[in-house]
Design a binder for this molecule. Structure first.
Ligand code: HEC
Length: 175
């Protein structure tokens, strides 16, 4: 090949490699810019969405205890009580204490108020309060999480509707 032609050919090859590279660079820059700019609103949106979700979850939680209670069936709760609670609790008036205290009129007598029963410190610390739908719901979801070092060694009842049924049953005691 004529050296001059070869030079031109080599030059052209370099030129095209260069232009490919710079095209790539430009494309990359554009693409990169596009990419850098995009995530901001997406992340913001996600944060807002999750903040919103937390907010609505909190609201949902409030609403759900009340609305679950509105739909609660105490007869169903009675069955659950028989199955899961009677190993440690009686609920009829004058019933004896077992591992746990008798629960007669539990929603009205106040937290930790069964005379003669030795409660845990954590439960006694709450004894100025009455049991409410909310606190019973929290306690029965996971007793140890609601009252530190509670003596009630019971894992909890997972299903919200089953808890509501049970709470409705507990509240029917001593009415
Ligand atoms: C393994 C035994 C055991 C089981 C099962 C059990 N409990 Fe208890 N429960 C206890 C003990 C012990 C306490 C006292 C807790 C403390 O002092 O921290 C207690 C406390 C309570 C209290 C508070 C009593 C008060 O006077 O304030 C309620 C309400 C209660 N249990 C409901 C239930 C329900 C409803 C079930 C069934 C889902 C249940 N428990 C299952 C042992 C048990």
């Amino acid at each position: 090949m004529n050296p001059e032609l070869r030079n031109i050919a080599v030059g052209m090859i370099f030129a095209s490699i260069l232009s490919l590279l710079s095209l790539g660079y430009i494309a990359n820059a554009l693409y990169g810019v596009g990419h850098e700019k995009l995530p901001d609103p997406v992340i913001e949106g996600a944060e807002q969405a999750s903040a919103g979700a937390v907010g609505s979850a909190a609201k949902k939680h409030e609403v759900s205890v009340a609305s679950l209670m509105a739909a609660a069936q105490p007869q169903k709760g009675a069955k659950t009580f028989k199955k899961k609670c009677t190993s440690c609790h009686t609920i009829e008036q004058g019933g004896k204490d077992k591992t746990g205290p008798n629960l007669f009129s539990i929603a009205k007598r106040g937290i930790g108020k069964k005379a003669g029963f030795k409660y845990s410190k954590g439960l006694v610390a709450k004894s100025a309060e009455l049991w409410s739908d909310e606190s019973l719901n929290s306690f029965l979801t996971k007793p140890a999480a609601y009252i530190k070092k509670t003596k009630m060694s019971f894992a909890g009842i997972k299903k919200p509707a089953a808890r509501a049924d049970l709470i409705a049953f507990l509240k029917s005691s001593g009415k």
